[in-house]
Each structure stands twice: as structure tokens, then as C-alpha cells.
Write a protein that binds this ligand. Sequence first.
Ligand code: PMP
Length: 400
Amino acid sequence: MKTLDTIRQEFSPLTQDIIYFDSGASTLTPNSVVEAMDAYYTQYRSNIHRGIYAWSQQSTDKYELARLKVAQFIQANQVEEIIFTRGTTDSINMIAELLINTFQKGQNIIIPVTEHHSNMLPWRELAQRQELEIRYAGLRDEILDIEELMGHIDENTALVVIGHVSNVLGSIHPIQEIAHKAHSVGALCVVDGAQSVAHIPISVSELGVDAYAFSGHKVYGSTGVGVLWVKYELLQTLTPSRTGGDMVSYVTLDTVEYAPIPQRFEAGTPPIAEVIGLSKAIDWLQEIGWDTIQEHEKKLIDYMWGQISLRPWIHVLGGDKTMSRIGCFAFTIQGIHTHDIAHMLAQHNVCVRAGQHCASGIAETLDIVGSTRITFGLYNTVEEIDICMQALDSIYKTFN
Ligand code: PMP
């Protein structure tokens, strides 16, 4: 069984004197994932679905096995529901493109102000084109006001979009209830899972949503690959928005027959090595197991709260300790600019993110310039939290 020590040894960058508290932006990649991608490049590098030689067959097999792994990982009902993309942003843009003609003028779309720009701007663009009303759900006590969101849903609602977990507040949203309410008025529910997949077990079928998006690089895989899961019944009604090679069965100069689902939604050469890497990352996570993952994360979260409560000058956004959350703490310190905090932490070899975290609706609503964000990965330790806190103490002293 993997222990925390052995887990750390699997990440080459961690041999450096660095505390990496920015896994919310991108997790580090275990060596086994790098090796799987390397093996593709050094042993059987070839395109998929096309060649009838062994290398291409091997690439195709690994690629399609990855689809199966992803389907099992998020408990999809059918492997065909998995579409590989370039990342969450790409997945959400794609589902917005696919859905555009299903909406009509006068309908409304619900968007929480907490959304990452990736799950806000594609929908704003769509709303503008189809003349849909946008209804923003705001904050209460610095977290998403679920009651307000639910109250916005009515018979004219076409779509509710929501992040499973806020990338700033770390809050886990009640997706099942929201999807249920959306469906009760005939609306769809599309979920941004960028911040959830590495932290909580996902069952898209249990959540009861219509589409779910996430990125490989936030779940210990590489950059450049993502997943768009769409419920099969919905997928069957959609026409590909992107056309080109590999998504067709038959083409003449006058006619085209698209390939079966899901291939018809994957035009062009996909990120093959990255998909193979994602498959390995899922193996890696599953080897550790959700119990260990969640136990470790809870330990870090509890320790973090303990340290923060000793420092009343740290204000955690959405700082309700009882809230269901992942290891993501965005905070402000009065009188010190968020970028100064991050810059000074970097001088102590602590990597954090500062600013609005591509979710400017939160900063705008709270009327703050931004926040400094600490996010945990499986490799982080309480000792690292101690070092970070001592660094924050010295930063605070410098300004006071
Ligand atoms: N949504 C959320 C909640 C995110 O945290 C991120 C990454 N910061 C994205 C979407 C976009 O992911 P990507 O950049 O991998 O497309």
C-alpha cells in the first residue's frame, strides 16, 4: 500500500526545496504518468483509429482503454458518453456549441457568480446569441447562495450551469438537488468538475446531471487533455459542432455520414499521449483509493483550520468551518495586497496563487481585489503547512 512518503517520492519535482500549494491550478504529475506518456513517444508513437499496423493498433487500444477507465472513474452508464477534449475550458465551450440550437429566445440560464470564467463566458456568449436572459445566483455568507439559485429556476429556465466545487471557496455544491430542480422544469444541468475530480468520488449517474467536464492536469494527469461527459440520450440528439478527419464514416463530395458516438464528437487527431497519461493517472489515484485520499485531505484541512484560528488576521473567504469543502483556502490579510503575499511566500519557496483565480464574480461581489489561494494535493504535509504559516507570520510582521 502506498504511504504518504512513498507518494511524495513518485513526484520528481518534490525533490526540490519547494512547497507546492497550487494544485488547484494544476496538480503535479506522478512519474508513472510521465513514463506512460514517454512510452507512447518512444515505443509505439502513431495515430489512432487509422493505421492497420501494430503500433497504431496499440495506440488505439490504449486510447480506447482510457475512455473505459474514465467512464468507470466517473461512473458513467456508457463508455460512449466520454468525449476527449483539450481540457475543461474546451469541454464547456464544446457543450455550449452543441447545445446552442436547443435554446430559444426568452428562456433563461442560471449562472452562479462563483463560476470560473470557463463556465461563465461560453454561456454568456451563447445567451447573447440566442437572446437568453442570464440570472446570476449570488453569495450569502461568502459562499454560493443555493436558495437564491434554486429560486431563480422557473418554467422558462433552459439551463443551469454550476461548478461542482468552487475553485476559490473550495465549497462542494449540492449538485444532485440542483440537477433535480432543473429537470423538474425541463431544464438541463451542466457541471464544471475541474475542482472536484481529484478530491471526491464522482458518479455522474447518481448526480443526475446532463453534462460534466474536467481537465487531466487537475487530476494528476498532463495538460492538454480533458473530458466532456454527456448523457447518452442527450448526446444522441446533438449534431457535431466540429467537423473534419476521424469523425466520419463515409464522405462523398455531396454527402457525409458521421461516425458513431462518441467518435463523431472528436474531430481531428486527439491528444493521444495525454489521454494515455490520464488513464495512468486514474490508475494511480485508484491504487491509493478514495478512503486514503479523503482521510489525508481531511487531516490537512483540519490542521489548516487549527493554524488559521491562531491567526485572526487571516480572513478565509467562505470561512465556515462546517462547510463541506476540499483543501482549498482563499484568504485575505487586511492591509497587505494579495500579490504581495504570494510574492513574499514565493521568496520562502512556497507556491500559491494570487488574484481573482479566473472567477472574478466572487471578487466583484465581495468588493475585494482578490485573494491568496492555498490548494492541497496528495503530496502535501502538515509540516509544509507549518512552514507556510511561519512565512505568513513573518510577512504579517513586516507590514504591521
Ligand atoms: N473550471 C474551474 C473550476 C477551474 O478551476 C479551472 C482551472 N483553473 C477551469 C475551469 C479551467 O480548466 P482548464 O484551464 O484546464 O481548461
